[in-house]
Design a binder for this molecule. Structure first.
Ligand code: ADP
Ligand code: ADP
Length: 225
C-alpha cells in the first residue's frame, strides 16, 4: 500500500482561482520527497488537501489506503502530520512536554503509552533534556525541533514539513537535517532550499502552474531546472 496516493486532484478556490489541475502522485512508505516550485505554483494547496483542510474539487487522495474524506477526517489528521513553517503556530502549552503530549492525548493516547510517545518523540529530535522547559525559553531552532516532535508523537504515516530550514542559522539548520535524516518516516518537504532538498530528499517533485512538471531523483530535477 502506498503511503500516499493522489489521483487526478484538481482544485479551484472559491474566488475561481484554479490552483491545481489533475495532480497524480504516489509516495511509498519511507520515501522522503521534496516539493519544489515557484511561489503560486500550488504547493500549499496540494499539502492542504493531504490532511483534509481543503476538499478536492475532483480526484482522490488516500493515505496508507484510507481515503481522505469528511468521514475519515480525524484519522486522516493523525496519519498526516504537518510541521508548519512557524513553530510558534504549533507550541502553546506551558512546557515542551505538554506541547508534545497534546496531539497524542487528543487522539486518545493516555497513561504510560502517552509518556512513552512523548519521551520517544523528544528523544528523536534531541530535546528530551528540555521536556520541562517553557517553549518560550528555547531558541528558534529548538522550537522548530519541538514542533517536529509534536507531530512525531502522533506517529503519523506521513510527515509534511513546510520550509523546515527557513530562518535557521547554519548550525541549527544542520542539526535539523541530522534529526530529519535519522527519522524512519515518510516525508514530504515543501522547500525553496535546494541544497536542503538535495541533502534530505532522494526524490523531488516540481510543481508549476498547478501541475507536476517533473518527478524524479532530486539530483536530476535540480540539474534540469
Ligand atoms: P505555493 O504554495 O506554491 O506558493 P499556493 O498553493 O499558495 O502556491 O497557490 C496556488 C495558486 O492558488 C496561486 O495562484 C495562489 O494565488 C492561489 N491561491 C492560494 N490561496 C488562495 C486563496 N485562499 N484564494 C484564492 N486563491 C488562492
Ligand atoms: P507559502 O509561502 O507557504 O507557499 P503563500 O505565500 O503561497 O504560502 O500563501 C500564504 C497564504 O496566503 C496562504 O494561506 C494562501 O492560501 C493565501 N493566499 C495565497 N494566494 C492567495 C490569493 N490569490 N488570494 C487569497 N489568498 C491567497
Amino acid at each position: 500500500t502506498p503511503a500516499l496516493q493522489v489521483e487526478g486532484l484538481a482544485y479551484a478556490y472559491p474566488d475561481g482561482t484554479q490552483a491545481l489541475f489533475g495532480v497524480d502522485l504516489r509516495v511509498d512508505p519511507g520515501e522522503r520527497v521534496a516539493v519544489l516550485g515557484p511561489n503560486g505554483a500550488g504547493k500549499t494547496t496540494l499539502v492542504m488537501h493531504l490532511n483534509g483542510v481543503l476538499q478536492a474539487g475532483a480526484g482522490s487522495i488516500s493515505v496508507a489506503g484510507l481515503p481522505v474524506s469528511k468521514a475519515n477526517l480525524k484519522e486522516i489528521r493523525r496519519r498526516v502530520g504537518v510541521v508548519f513553517q512557524d513553530p510558534d503556530d504549533q507550541l502553546f502549552m506551558p512546557t515542551v512536554g505538554e506541547d508534545v503530549a497534546f496531539g497524542p492525548a487528543n487522539f486518545g493516547v493516555t497513561g504510560a503509552a502517552l509518556e512513552s510517545a512523548v519521551a520517544s518523540a523528544l528523544n528523536a529530535v534531541g530535546m528530551a533534556h528540555l521536556t520541562d522547559k517553557s517553549p518560550l525559553h528555547l531558541s528558534f531552532g529548538q522550537r522548530r525541533r519541538v514542533a517536529v516532535a509534536t507531530v512525531l508523537a502522533c506517529d503519523p504515516e506521513i510527515m509534511v514539513l513546510d520550509e523546515p530550514s527557513a530562518n535557521l542559522e547554519p548550525i541549527a539548520r544542520r542539526e535539523l537535517a541530522e534529526v530529519l535524516l535519522s527519522l524512519d518516516r515518510t516525508m514530504l518537504m515543501v522547500t525553496h532550499d535546494l541544497p536542503y532538498a538535495l541533502q534530505l530528499c532522494p526524490r523531488s517533485i516540481l510543481i508549476d502552474g498547478g501541475v507536476i512538471v517533473a518527478d524524479g531523483p532530486t539530483e536530476k530535477i535540480l540539474a534540469d531546472t
